[in-house]
Design a protein around this ligand. Structure first.
Ligand code: NAD
Ligand code: GLY
Length: 373
């Protein structure tokens, strides 16, 4: 466990703790209410002269001041940098604004970065932390459902390149992940659905009883019921913790967390980043990957139908944009799982279990034509 984070404060915070076990890079995820504003949350971090809260123009007015005040006992100076909002700003130019601020403020190696936001801010800030002076500590303060159940956990950091999603990045673990469930109350409906896509993902790849629980509690989740959200975040983090603990740098099993992402990334890049939300593209991508699994004889049609129904009920698109099979295939060949130009898909070989597999272009093309209108 990361020695700089004091686990003893978790009971006082009334927080659930999910540990990420990675030897000397281990850290806890705290899940609970009112965590950001509570100075106790931050007590175990290493004290330093300077902390930078990186956030965006939408999130800053909601939570930046409370975070800044709560951090003040630990850091002599706390600054807030508000970046533009949106996936289309997950770029080298925006990343450089973080370095401009750090260098302009004379930030040293003990500086801690706080990523206050969703996956876009988390991925960019984590990458900035990995690069600045060859690595400074950072903390994920996840404010979207998607970030709380997926992107803030596991140390994948990146920016997009016009030719490919998340293509420039690093594996770099945070010191601590904070999932303050209260932040979800201001989340727009469309963003909540995007987060549900990554929660649903954990069912087919790892735990069908969790999928059953989601089916039963979907209305409560969509109504932002605090108890349902708390369980969904906890169970998702537990599943992700198990996978990341077994394969931190995606040499093998971690690839299963990309179920739906190969088709999804092609949708995002093909339409232009920011047109469909990442979670929407993943939701639809899971439908396409399930169809491909069926085409290859791995699962029954009833499973494809069950998954499609759940994704649709979660307010996510289940029909892909008609970009043409060639455009999909071209983008999918840039996927990080591709080897020698051969696309490898995360497919379901039995409900609750995923495999990494190639498929003939004509079979993939048929699935694309079938799933896109
Ligand atoms: P996002 O970061 O763009 O946030 C979604 C929107 O919600 C933004 O407009 C944001 O300003 C707003 N917002 C955030 N918190 C809010 C709140 N509490 N109240 C109101 N509005 C709020 O999108 P996201 O879905 O969180 O993340 C998507 C990104 O995450 C993608 O870039 C994707 O590639 C990345 N991702 C990374 C990993 C990983 O392992 N690193 C995993 C999954 C996704
Ligand atoms: N979201 C995929 C991963 O963390 O590996």
């Amino acid at each position: 466990m990361n020695t700089s984070v004091n686990l003893k404060v978790a009971p006082a915070l009334n927080a659930t703790v999910v540990p990420i076990s990675l030897g000397d890079r281990s850290y806890p995820i705290y899940i609970g209410e009112n965590l950001i504003a509570n100075p106790l949350t931050w007590q175990g971090l290493q004290k330093a002269a300077y902390a930078l809260v990186v956030t965006n123009v939408t999130i800053a007015p909601l939570f930046a001041q409370q975070l800044k005040s709560a951090l003040q006992p630990m850091f002599e100076r706390v600054e807030v940098l508000s970046l533009p909002d949106g996936e289309e700003h997950k770029t080298f130019e925006t990343l450089n604004l973080i370095f401009d601020q750090l260098l302009g403020d004379g930030a040293d190696r003990k500086t801690t970065l706080f990523a206050l936001g969703g996956g876009v801010i988390g991925d960019m800030t984590g990458f900035a932390a990995a690069c600045y002076m060859r690595g400074v500590p950072f903390v994920q303060v996840a404010t979207t459902l998607l970030a709380q159940v997926d992107s803030s956990v596991g140390g994948k950091t990146a920016i997009n390149h016009p030719l490919g999603k998340n293509m420039i990045g690093a594996f770099y673990q945070p010191e601590l992940v904070i999932c303050d469930l209260n932040t979800l109350q201001t989340l727009p409906k469309r963003e909540l659905s995007a987060g549900l896509a990554e929660i649903i993902k954990y069912g087919p790849i790892a735990d069908m009883s969790f999928m059953g629980w989601i089916e039963e509690h979907l209305d409560a989740l969509m109504a932002k019921d605090p108890k349902a959200l708390a369980y969904a975040v906890k169970r998702s983090c537990e599943i992700k913790a198990g996978v990341v603990g077994a394969d931190e740098r995606e040499a093998g099993v971690r690839a299963i967390l990309n179920f739906g992402h190969t088709f999804g990334h092609a949708i995002e890049a093909g339409l232009g980043f920011g047109v469909w939300l990442h979670g929407e593209a993943v939701g639809c991508g899971m439908v396409m990957a399930a169809h491909l699994s069926q085409q290859l004889g791995l699962v029954e049609h009833s499973f494809v139908e069950r998954l499609t129904t759940l994704i649709s009920r979660a307010g996510l698109p289940v029909v892909g944009p008609k970009l043409g099979a060639d455009v999909y295939l071209e983008h999918m060949r840039v996927d990080k799982k591709a080897q020698n130009g051969q696309i490898r898909f995360v497919l379901i070989d039995q409900p609750g279990h995923a495999v990494l597999k190639g498929a003939e272009d004509n079979v993939v093309g048929r699935v694309i034509e079938q799933c896109c209108l």
